[in-house]
Structures are given as C-alpha cells and as structure tokens.
Design a protein. Structure first.
Length: 302
C-alpha cells in the first residue's frame, strides 16, 4: 500500500523492519572456518570473501580459510596485519591458533619467488659496465633494470637492444637460450635457379573424313599429273577452270609464282575473269587469286 501511495521512505522502513538485521561479526572456528549466523554487512561480506571461500549457505553462512584464499588476499595487496585486524575486529570468538599460523606462513613465503615480464636481457661479468648502461641516457628507451649484479632486464626485443648498444659504442653478442653465442653468417646472394617451364603435349586431333578424301584425291591427281609432261594450251586451261567453277568441282594445278618457285595444290575455282582465277586454296585454307598464265598444269580431282 505504501508503494501504491507513493511513500517510498515509509515502504523502505517497513520492509527493513521485517528483515533480520545485518551483522558485523562472525564466529571463528578451530577447523579454519568462520560462521556468519545471519546476513553480513556488505563491506564485511566483501572483505571476508577475499580471505575465505563460501563453503555453504542457508540460515548461517560458512566461510573456509585455505592457503589459496590467504594468498589471494596477499595478491590483492593485503598484508598479514590487514588479515589479522579483520579477523580480530569482527570475530566474537578468539582467533584460533591454526588460523594465525596459516596467515603467518603464507606471509613469510609470499613473494619469495618473483615472476615478471622482460623482452630480453643483458648479461655482463663486469658489474661496472652494467652500471654505466643503467645511468646512460642513450639507453633509456630500452627500459633497463637490474635483476642481478651481472644481469639487466630490458623491455625491448633483443635485436633492438643489440643495435642500440652498438650505436653506443659497445660490441655485444647475441646469446641463445642455451647460453651459447649465436653466430649469424652474412647471407650469400646466389643467382636463382631457373626452372624449366613444363612442356604441354597435346594429342593430334582426329582428321575429318572429308579432309582425308580431299588429301588422297590430291595425291592421286598429283601422281597422274606428274606423269604428264606436255603442258596444256592456255585456252584449254581456261576452259577447264571455267567448267570447274560452274560445276563447283575441285582441280589439281601446278603453279609457278613470281619468284619462279613451283608448287602443286588443290583448288576450287569460283570465277575466271581477266586472266585471273579466284579459287579456294586447300593448301592455305583461304581464297586467293591465281594468274592463268602461271598455271603449268591442270587436272580434275578424282
């Protein structure tokens, strides 16, 4: 009703009166546990969850202290005094001795082993040389810090550290993971080997039947024509060419070009005009013109 009426303050007070009060204490046990008999204040609950794990909940919450939970508090920046003050200030029972021993033991061992990040390191048996590097402003970009009397850690890659130290006048050597000096030989430039291009072979195409017939006929006509030694008169040649053009027949001809080179070929005459015969030349696979007076012989293709 109070919420419906818009009285939020009264509604909050009425709700708080019906809830159990928030506690600011726990009961520490000898078995490294702490019992919260009711809901804890938020700040106390948050700090207690840092140093202990919640083992069970219900009407009462049980917290368990372990080496891992105490170390977790130390990792968060707490000290042994911080942990002890928390336990003493909020426990209705004395702090058990096993819990005190656990806190002191973790505090003594925490941070004894350190883990950090470094991109590279600089090692030198001469501590004075490393001291010079630490104070030299030219090496400031490397962010050097001393890890041991003869070892410096750097936040730059080894290649960068080597180049910078050489620019500063030092003669450093690269060291491998096994502690040995890394020897880098200059790269030799060689002429690249020429690779032969793969040869692509293709199988010959199957000749068309019509082409085979024409070739055989030409060979036969050529054999017959070669046996004829008497050339035909020009008038007879013109008559044969004209008849072949009209009938659409093929002829074998002997032909001498302007340079005096003779050849034999099969043609299909199309027209004969002005001493020139236009024909399809099977040798070249195209139309061309032949001078009639240069034709040395003519014979039908069987």
């Amino acid at each position: 009703r109070l919420l419906v009426a818009g009285d939020q303050v009264a509604a909050r007070d009425a709700l708080a009166a019906g809830l159990p009060p928030l506690l600011e204490h726990v009961l520490l046990q000898a078995d490294l546990t702490a019992i919260a008999p009711g809901p804890l204040q938020s700040g106390l609950a948050r700090r207690l969850r840092l140093v202990a794990d919640v083992e069970s909940t219900g009407g009462a919450t049980v917290y368990r202290f372990t080496p891992a939970t105490i170390r977790r508090a130390f990792d968060a920046g707490w000290t042994a005094s911080d942990v002890n003050e928390l336990l003493e200030a909020h426990s209705r029972t004395p702090v058990p001795q096993p819990l005190t021993y656990l806190v002191e033991d973790i505090a003594r061992r925490h941070g004894r082993v350190r883990v950090g990040a470094a991109s590279s390191f600089v090692r030198c048996d001469d501590e004075a040389t490393l001291g010079e590097l630490l104070t030299d402003r030219r090496a400031a970009a490397l962010r050097l810090r001393r890890l041991a009397p003869t070892v410096l850690a750097a936040q730059s890659p080894a290649v960068v550290v080597l180049d910078r130290l050489r620019d500063m006048g030092y003669t450093p050597a690269a060291e491998g993971s096994d502690g040995d000096v890394v020897v880098r030989r200059p790269e030799s430039r060689r002429t690249p080997v020429r690779r032969s291009q793969p040869v692509t072979t293709t199988s010959p195409r199957e000749p068309q039947p019509a082409l085979l017939v024409t070739a055989v006929s030409a060979l036969r006509a050529g054999e017959r024509a070669a046996a004829v030694t008497v050339s035909r008169p020009t008038a007879d040649v013109l008559a044969i060419l004209t008849d072949a053009a009209s009938a659409g027949e093929s002829l074998w001809i002997g032909y001498v070009d302007a340079e005096g080179r003779g050849s034999q070929r099969v043609i299909e005459p199309v027209s004969v005009v002005g001493g020139q015969v236009s024909a399809y030349d099977h040798l070249r696979g195209a139309m061309r013109s032949f001078a009639v007076h240069r034709i040395t012989g003519v014979s039908p293709v069987a």
